[in-house]
Ligand binder design. Structure first.
Ligand code: ATP
Length: 202
Protein backbone atom coordinates (compact mmCIF):
# COMPACT_ATOMS: atom_id res chain seq x y z
CA UNK A 1 0.00 0.00 0.00
CA UNK A 2 1.48 3.32 -1.02
CA UNK A 3 -0.08 6.69 -0.28
CA UNK A 4 -0.26 8.59 -3.57
CA UNK A 5 -2.40 11.69 -2.98
CA UNK A 6 -4.01 13.67 -0.21
CA UNK A 7 -6.87 16.03 -1.09
CA UNK A 8 -8.05 18.61 1.43
CA UNK A 9 -11.22 20.66 1.13
CA UNK A 10 -12.22 23.15 3.82
CA UNK A 11 -9.80 21.47 6.24
CA UNK A 12 -8.24 24.05 8.59
CA UNK A 13 -6.36 26.62 6.46
CA UNK A 14 -6.95 24.66 3.20
CA UNK A 15 -10.27 26.25 2.30
CA UNK A 16 -10.10 25.54 -1.45
CA UNK A 17 -9.60 21.97 -2.71
CA UNK A 18 -5.85 21.31 -2.49
CA UNK A 19 -3.93 18.22 -3.66
CA UNK A 20 -0.71 17.02 -2.11
CA UNK A 21 0.90 14.54 -4.49
CA UNK A 22 2.93 11.97 -2.58
CA UNK A 23 5.54 10.71 -5.03
CA UNK A 24 7.85 7.70 -4.62
CA UNK A 25 10.67 8.29 -2.13
CA UNK A 26 10.79 11.11 0.34
CA UNK A 27 8.31 14.00 0.25
CA UNK A 28 9.38 17.22 1.94
CA UNK A 29 6.97 20.05 2.77
CA UNK A 30 8.65 23.41 3.18
CA UNK A 31 7.17 26.84 3.78
CA UNK A 32 7.12 29.82 6.11
CA UNK A 33 5.80 29.58 9.67
CA UNK A 34 2.04 29.23 9.80
CA UNK A 35 1.58 28.26 6.12
CA UNK A 36 -0.07 24.95 7.03
CA UNK A 37 2.68 22.29 7.09
CA UNK A 38 1.46 20.73 10.34
CA UNK A 39 -2.13 20.95 9.10
CA UNK A 40 -1.16 18.57 6.28
CA UNK A 41 0.17 15.98 8.71
CA UNK A 42 -2.96 16.39 10.83
CA UNK A 43 -5.13 15.85 7.74
CA UNK A 44 -3.33 12.55 7.16
CA UNK A 45 -3.96 11.47 10.75
CA UNK A 46 -7.55 12.65 10.65
CA UNK A 47 -8.51 10.74 7.51
CA UNK A 48 -7.08 7.60 9.13
CA UNK A 49 -9.61 7.94 11.95
CA UNK A 50 -8.03 10.17 14.60
CA UNK A 51 -10.79 11.06 17.03
CA UNK A 52 -8.99 13.09 19.71
CA UNK A 53 -9.53 16.83 19.07
CA UNK A 54 -6.36 17.57 21.05
CA UNK A 55 -4.32 15.63 18.48
CA UNK A 56 -5.71 18.12 15.94
CA UNK A 57 -4.74 21.06 18.21
CA UNK A 58 -8.44 21.82 18.70
CA UNK A 59 -11.02 21.91 21.47
CA UNK A 60 -13.64 19.97 19.48
CA UNK A 61 -13.51 17.98 16.26
CA UNK A 62 -15.42 20.65 14.33
CA UNK A 63 -12.42 22.94 14.84
CA UNK A 64 -10.85 21.25 11.79
CA UNK A 65 -13.46 22.97 9.58
CA UNK A 66 -12.22 26.20 7.94
CA UNK A 67 -13.23 28.85 10.46
CA UNK A 68 -13.31 31.84 8.09
CA UNK A 69 -10.89 34.67 7.35
CA UNK A 70 -11.19 38.41 6.71
CA UNK A 71 -12.22 37.82 3.09
CA UNK A 72 -13.70 34.28 3.25
CA UNK A 73 -16.70 33.03 5.20
CA UNK A 74 -16.42 29.92 7.37
CA UNK A 75 -17.24 26.57 5.78
CA UNK A 76 -19.87 24.11 6.85
CA UNK A 77 -17.84 20.99 6.26
CA UNK A 78 -14.29 19.71 5.90
CA UNK A 79 -13.23 16.77 3.80
CA UNK A 80 -9.96 14.89 3.40
CA UNK A 81 -9.46 12.12 0.85
CA UNK A 82 -6.42 9.85 0.84
CA UNK A 83 -5.59 7.94 -2.32
CA UNK A 84 -3.69 4.72 -1.95
CA UNK A 85 -1.94 2.82 -4.71
CA UNK A 86 -2.83 -0.82 -4.05
CA UNK A 87 -1.32 -2.23 -7.27
CA UNK A 88 0.66 -4.75 -5.24
CA UNK A 89 -2.50 -5.85 -3.36
CA UNK A 90 -0.99 -5.19 0.05
CA UNK A 91 -4.20 -3.80 1.58
CA UNK A 92 -5.72 -5.88 4.39
CA UNK A 93 -8.38 -8.48 3.57
CA UNK A 94 -11.73 -6.99 2.67
CA UNK A 95 -10.17 -3.96 0.95
CA UNK A 96 -8.01 -5.74 -1.56
CA UNK A 97 -10.14 -5.88 -4.71
CA UNK A 98 -9.05 -2.60 -6.32
CA UNK A 99 -5.83 -1.17 -7.74
CA UNK A 100 -6.62 2.14 -6.05
CA UNK A 101 -8.27 2.84 -2.73
CA UNK A 102 -9.68 6.19 -1.78
CA UNK A 103 -10.47 6.75 1.88
CA UNK A 104 -12.64 9.81 2.50
CA UNK A 105 -13.65 11.43 5.77
CA UNK A 106 -16.04 14.35 5.89
CA UNK A 107 -17.18 16.27 8.93
CA UNK A 108 -20.28 18.46 8.73
CA UNK A 109 -21.19 20.98 11.43
CA UNK A 110 -23.75 19.56 13.90
CA UNK A 111 -23.75 16.24 12.03
CA UNK A 112 -20.33 14.71 12.69
CA UNK A 113 -17.98 12.53 10.65
CA UNK A 114 -18.75 10.12 7.83
CA UNK A 115 -16.27 7.79 6.15
CA UNK A 116 -16.07 6.14 2.73
CA UNK A 117 -13.77 3.60 1.15
CA UNK A 118 -14.05 4.28 -2.59
CA UNK A 119 -17.79 4.93 -2.92
CA UNK A 120 -18.93 2.68 -0.09
CA UNK A 121 -20.02 4.10 3.30
CA UNK A 122 -18.03 2.53 6.13
CA UNK A 123 -17.67 3.01 9.88
CA UNK A 124 -14.81 4.86 11.58
CA UNK A 125 -13.77 1.53 13.05
CA UNK A 126 -13.41 -0.04 9.56
CA UNK A 127 -11.02 2.72 8.51
CA UNK A 128 -9.07 2.54 11.78
CA UNK A 129 -8.73 -1.25 11.44
CA UNK A 130 -7.68 -0.97 7.79
CA UNK A 131 -4.73 1.21 8.77
CA UNK A 132 -3.95 -0.67 11.99
CA UNK A 133 -3.69 -3.93 10.04
CA UNK A 134 -1.43 -2.20 7.54
CA UNK A 135 0.88 -1.15 10.43
CA UNK A 136 0.09 2.49 9.98
CA UNK A 137 -2.68 4.79 11.16
CA UNK A 138 -3.46 7.93 13.06
CA UNK A 139 -1.04 6.99 15.86
CA UNK A 140 1.63 5.59 13.59
CA UNK A 141 5.22 6.35 14.65
CA UNK A 142 5.88 7.03 10.95
CA UNK A 143 4.09 10.37 11.38
CA UNK A 144 6.37 12.52 13.45
CA UNK A 145 5.00 15.81 14.70
CA UNK A 146 6.96 18.69 16.19
CA UNK A 147 8.32 17.93 19.65
CA UNK A 148 7.60 14.20 19.33
CA UNK A 149 11.22 13.06 19.32
CA UNK A 150 11.82 14.73 22.69
CA UNK A 151 8.60 13.16 24.00
CA UNK A 152 9.77 9.73 22.84
CA UNK A 153 13.13 10.06 24.56
CA UNK A 154 11.41 11.06 27.80
CA UNK A 155 8.56 8.55 27.57
CA UNK A 156 7.96 5.69 30.02
CA UNK A 157 8.55 2.05 29.00
CA UNK A 158 4.79 1.36 28.62
CA UNK A 159 4.41 4.20 26.08
CA UNK A 160 7.47 2.99 24.19
CA UNK A 161 6.04 -0.52 24.10
CA UNK A 162 2.84 0.84 22.45
CA UNK A 163 4.98 2.38 19.72
CA UNK A 164 6.77 -0.92 19.06
CA UNK A 165 3.46 -2.80 18.97
CA UNK A 166 2.06 -0.29 16.50
CA UNK A 167 5.12 -0.77 14.27
CA UNK A 168 4.76 -4.56 14.53
CA UNK A 169 1.14 -4.28 13.30
CA UNK A 170 -0.47 -5.92 16.33
CA UNK A 171 -2.40 -2.94 17.70
CA UNK A 172 -5.43 -4.00 15.58
CA UNK A 173 -5.44 -7.28 17.48
CA UNK A 174 -5.76 -5.46 20.80
CA UNK A 175 -8.83 -3.64 19.53
CA UNK A 176 -10.35 -6.93 18.34
CA UNK A 177 -9.58 -8.59 21.68
CA UNK A 178 -11.24 -5.72 23.52
CA UNK A 179 -14.37 -6.06 21.36
CA UNK A 180 -14.41 -9.85 21.81
CA UNK A 181 -14.17 -9.41 25.61
CA UNK A 182 -17.14 -7.01 25.58
CA UNK A 183 -19.20 -9.53 23.55
CA UNK A 184 -18.20 -12.31 25.95
CA UNK A 185 -19.28 -10.24 28.93
CA UNK A 186 -22.67 -9.57 27.27
CA UNK A 187 -23.09 -13.28 26.53
CA UNK A 188 -22.26 -14.16 30.16
CA UNK A 189 -24.79 -11.60 31.43
CA UNK A 190 -27.44 -13.10 29.11
CA UNK A 191 -26.66 -16.62 30.36
CA UNK A 192 -27.07 -15.50 33.97
CA UNK A 193 -30.42 -13.97 33.07
CA UNK A 194 -31.53 -17.20 31.36
CA UNK A 195 -30.47 -19.19 34.47
CA UNK A 196 -32.60 -16.87 36.64
CA UNK A 197 -35.63 -17.33 34.38
CA UNK A 198 -35.20 -21.16 34.36
CA UNK A 199 -34.94 -21.16 38.16
CA UNK A 200 -38.16 -19.15 38.47
CA UNK A 201 -39.98 -21.54 36.12
CA UNK A 202 -38.73 -24.67 37.90
P1 ATP B 1 4.99 26.31 11.94
O1 ATP B 1 6.12 26.24 10.96
O2 ATP B 1 4.94 27.59 12.70
O3 ATP B 1 4.80 25.09 12.79
P2 ATP B 1 2.99 25.39 10.03
O4 ATP B 1 3.41 25.65 8.63
O5 ATP B 1 3.11 24.00 10.54
O6 ATP B 1 3.65 26.42 11.03
P3 ATP B 1 0.26 25.13 10.73
O7 ATP B 1 0.40 25.09 12.18
O8 ATP B 1 -0.01 23.85 9.99
O9 ATP B 1 1.49 25.88 10.10
O10 ATP B 1 -0.93 26.13 10.29
C1 ATP B 1 -1.37 27.11 11.11
C2 ATP B 1 -2.34 27.97 10.32
O11 ATP B 1 -3.56 27.27 10.12
C3 ATP B 1 -2.64 29.22 11.12
O12 ATP B 1 -2.56 30.32 10.22
C4 ATP B 1 -4.07 29.03 11.57
O13 ATP B 1 -4.79 30.22 11.63
C5 ATP B 1 -4.62 28.15 10.44
N1 ATP B 1 -5.77 27.37 10.90
C6 ATP B 1 -5.80 26.37 11.81
N2 ATP B 1 -7.07 25.92 11.98
C7 ATP B 1 -7.84 26.66 11.16
C8 ATP B 1 -9.25 26.69 10.87
N3 ATP B 1 -10.12 25.83 11.45
N4 ATP B 1 -9.69 27.58 9.96
C9 ATP B 1 -8.85 28.43 9.35
N5 ATP B 1 -7.52 28.46 9.56
C10 ATP B 1 -7.02 27.59 10.45
Amino acid sequence: MRFSKLRLTGFKSFVDPTDLIIADGLTGVVGPNGCGKSNLLEALRWVMGENRPTAMRGGGMEDVIFAGAATRPARNFAEVALQIDNGERLAPAGFNDDDNLEITRRITRDVGSAYKVNTKDVRARDVQMLFADASTGAHSPALVRQGQIAELINSKPKARRRILEEAAGISGLYQRRHEAELKLKNAEANLTRVDDVIEQLA
